[in-house]
Design a binder for this molecule. Structure first.
Ligand code: SAH
Length: 257
């Protein structure tokens, strides 16, 4: 990009490079096409498909209606973890508010945060969308720092998948056009741990808690959900993550000596 680019153009470029739209287990290929169209309209290009039921498919191409370049470049993944590799900010879109969830943000708040983190730190971000019939599982939302919720009619809260993508993509566009001016990043701030580091940490944490007899291996779920919520809220830096991993290793070594 030329040095004469406006701040909006620079932010737009960063969003294109660093924001992934992740669709999990999509049943209808038409929704994938419609989501690609919604993305391209708003200047987004990076589509990740986790185990789509049908893809590529004629219905996807038909509904993409000219956004077939987004479909052609889509990355198909075998798991959500694979789609999140390298991401340091993960938002999960959900029609339902859940018990023990990550902090809830509306699409405008999500967009402001994404644009701010992408333009100051170049952070890789993912916006994750769930299945047409059942949304995202609690395990999948356990990988998210925030739960993005469109404040709909409580009696009829669920949008069509591509319509939900459209709302979030529109807010990202508006936040970009608002001309966010990056503040200089805080002195000494370190890169945040990414999604794959966090998953390795949670596995290590669970193993260690079992080794030291704190966690019942037959029933780890609620405790691990609470701990995920705590550490996802803290958003540890890579160096802090290394300290935490070191503490876990020391505890395991101490126990097995
Ligand atoms: N029946 C499902 C909703 C599936 S809609 C359920 O009750 O969870 C498909 C996807 O679109 C959802 O997983 C979510 O990612 C997104 N979506 C739909 N409505 C939404 C809303 N009101 N707020 C945020 N995301 C929404």
């Amino acid at each position: 990009m030329s040095t004469t680019a406006t701040p909006q153009q620079r932010t737009q470029q960063r969003l294109q490079e660093n924001v992934r739209i992740v669709l999990v287990d999509t049943s209808h290929a038409g929704n994938i096409g419609a989501a690609a169209r919604a993305m391209k309209n708003m200047g987004l290009t990076r589509l990740y498909l986790v185990t789509p039921r049908q893809f590529p498919h004629a219905d996807a191409t038909a509904r993409a209606s000219g956004a077939d370049d987004v479909l052609a470049r889509a990355t198909v993944c075998a798991s959500l973890d694979e789609a999140l590799v390298g991401c340091r900010l993960v938002m999960g879109a959900s029609a339902r508010l859940r018990h023990l969830s990550a902090p809830v943000q509306d699409p405008r708040q999500c967009a402001t945060r994404i644009v701010s983190e992408v333009s100051t730190e170049g952070v890789e971000c993912a916006l994750v969308f769930g299945r047409e019939h059942s949304g995202l599982t609690n395990d999948e939302l356990g990988r998210c720092h925030f739960l993005g919720h469109i404040p709909t009619n409580a009696d009829y809260s669920s949008l069509n998948l591509a319509a939900a993508v459209q709302v979030f993509a529109y807010e990202l566009r508006m936040a970009t056009l608002a001309g966010y001016t990056p503040e200089t990043s805080a002195e000494g701030s370190e890169p945040l741990a990414c999604a794959d580091d966090m998953e390795r940490f949670y596995r290590h944490l669970q193993q260690t808690l079992e080794t030291i007899g704190f966690l019942d291996p037959a029933n780890p779920r609620i405790m691990m959900r609470r701990l995920r919520r705590l550490f996802n809220r803290a958003r540890p830096e890579e160096v802090e993550m290394n300290i935490l991993r070191g503490i876990l290793s020391a505890a395991q070594k101490h126990k097995t000596q």
